[in-house]
Design a protein around this ligand. Structure first.
Ligand code: SAM
Length: 192
């Protein structure tokens, strides 16, 4: 049976995550974005949305080294990570917890994928609407927002919302994202 290079790339990052002690291969997406854009700095106050099983929180925690703060939320449980304050709640309920003004909002949240583009994009846009209200409320002026979306409608939606809110908006496709997946990331730099 033949397998695509995208499949083998995914397997490579799964194996690497196991070897290096990361809870998900998603960790390598943030590691690459950090290498290219230096988004996280010592002392940052980070809000990690959709954090479980914890790869991004692990990466953020190892960069902060006990400085600043990390608040992570997910509807699923997440095992403890040093210096990460985790809350098992829905995205809609973020306002119910105590949050410091953040210097970075990270979101790796995606809806359950149905495989039907129209439905997946609609569900993604509903999540992005909530995320953007969180960014409006909790992200400080000058702050950064990194989030996942899909090529197509949800990317267009995000671009239109972020260009009014951030000085710079970039689309990113990290190596650890399967090339066959429609997933991509958008980074907003310097909230207005
Ligand atoms: C791709 S995973 C995140 C992986 C994580 N960044 C890591 O590095 O391990 C997406 C997460 O979003 C969460 N999620 C989806 N919808 C959510 C919602 N409405 N509220 C909170 N979390 C949600 C899922 O439970 C899932 O754990």
């Amino acid at each position: 049976m033949s397998r695509s290079s995208s499949y083998f790339k995914g397997e490579k990052f799964n194996a690497l995550a196991k070897k290096e002690g990361y809870r998900s291969r998603a960790a390598y997406k943030l590691i690459q974005i950090q290498k290219d854009y230096k988004i996280i700095k010592s002392g940052d106050n980070i809000l990690d949305l959709g954090s479980s099983p914890g790869g991004w929180s692990q990466v953020a925690s190892s960069i902060l080294k006990g400085t600043g703060s990390i608040i992570a939320i997910d509807i699923l449980p997440m095992k403890k990570i040093t210096n990460v304050d985790f809350h098992q709640i829905d995205l809609n309920d973020v306002s119910k917890i105590d949050i410091l003004e953040s210097s970075i909002v990270l979101s790796d949240i995606a809806p359950n994928i149905s495989g039907v583009n129209v439905i997946d994009n609609e569900n993604m846009i509903s999540l992005l609407e909530i995320e953007i209200s969180i960014v409006d409320k909790f992200l400080q002026i000058g702050g950064k927002y990194l989030c996942k979306c899909f090529e197509g409608e949800s990317l267009n939606f995000l671009n239109s919302k972020l260009k009014d809110r951030f000085e710079i908006v970039k689309r990113i496709k990290p190596d650890a994202s399967r090339s066959t997946s429609k997933e991509c990331y958008v980074l907003g730099i310097e909230k207005k």
